[in-house]
Design a protein around this ligand. Structure first.
Ligand SMILES: N[C@@H](CCC(=O)N[C@@H](CS)C(=O)NCC(=O)O)C(=O)O
Length: 306
């Protein structure tokens, strides 16, 4: 008898399907008596250990689990996960994220949602087809850009405001650190990306360069590469001075990783040289191999096109 349901266990929006068999396992003493043992316990333990990993699903420190599996340890772990999961699934209407698969600001929020395991729906808005200029979208977000979060009757634009809202509502794992010094350095790094790099290379700016200033493709690409190179050089220095490992600022993911990964992904997609930025690239490579970050990647989104 297997206690794990089919499919990947760690998708934030699919969590109930992996919690359900665990509920079965805790709720039905008879099932335990009937012989959930050996490999099954190992499977539960692996799931629990993944949930408890530093990549942030449940507030269950990994070391709490003994090397030898006992029913009590597994039950405690499952209950901890359920306690953690309950507020995320209690509300009847899921949060909705309106965004575009290739938008780095939408990608920032998708990473935060995945790290926090918050159930949500993705509602694609095709910015290449100018859907963000529709009256319907403007009613939700007057800035006419993505992303927008809809949570019940509340709508919210600006990726950093959205992540701050999520961080306040679901503080585990915390993405904006509480420690004053760490928080200041994370925000310093984040604002460099969000205020100094990203706006210069945004779709509307690149379109304006071509349509109003008369830049050709090569000039537009040179503009893009210039601001990436200059911005990444500063970001690299910040990480070297204040950063950590394996995430940008140490053992836990923060808002810095939510912003770093999409910005590096954009630079790679547009062919900008990045290898000289060793710390940035090490963090990018580490993060993008993790299941949580993978869930948020552009090619995993419903509106993705090759
Ligand atoms: N500061 C905003 C920027 C949002 C933004 O510019 N999003 C881009 C996609 S990454 C967009 O919607 N661009 C549409 C356009 O430039 O027309 C945020 O962080 O949410």
């Amino acid at each position: 008898m297997s206690v794990l349901g089919p499919g990947p266990p760690l998708q934030g929006h699919a969590l109930p399907s992996c919690v359900a068999p665990l509920v079965l396992c805790t709720g039905e003493a008879s099932a335990i008596r009937a012989g959930i043992c050996g490999g099954d316990f190992q499977a539960v333990f692996d799931l629990v250990a993944m949930q408890a990993s530093p990549h942030g699903f449940a507030p269950v420190p990994r070391q709490r689990f003994p090397g030898r599996l006992t029913r009590g340890a597994v039950r405690d772990a499952i209950l901890a996960i359920l306690r953690w999961a309950a507020p995320r699934f209690r509300s009847k209407s899921k949060m909705q994220l309106l965004g575009f698969y290739n938008s780095s600001t939408s990608y920032r929020v998708r990473i935060a949602l995945a790290l926090k395991g918050i159930a949500h729906e993705i509602r694609p808005v095709n910015i290449r087809a100018r859907e963000h200029h529709s009256a319907e979208y403007e009613a939700l977000n007057p800035s006419r850009n993505v992303p927008t979060l809809v949570d019940g009757s509340m709508t919210l634009g600006q990726s950093l405001a959205i992540i701050d809202y999520l961080d306040t509502k679901f503080p585990t794992p915390r993405l904006i650190p509480e420690d004053p010094e760490l928080r200041a350095h994370v925000l310093e790094f984040v604002l460099l990306i969000a205020c100094d790099i990203h706006p210069l290379n945004n779709l509307r700016v690149l379109r304006y360069l071509k349509s109003k200033i008369g830049a050709n493709d090569a000039q537009r690409d040179a503009w893009y590469a210039h601001w990436i190179a200059e911005g990444f050089a500063s970001a690299e220095q910040l990480l070297q001075r204040h950063g950590g490992s394996p995430f940008a600022f140490g053992a836990q993911p923060t808002l810095a990783d939510c912003c770093l990964v999409p910005q590096v992904a954009n630079a790679l997609r547009t062919g900008c040289p990045t290898e000289e930025f060793e710390r940035l690239m090490a963090v990018y490579r580490y993060c993008t191999r993790l299941p949580t970050f993978e869930l948020a990647a552009p090619n995993r989104q419903p509106d993705f096109v090759e």
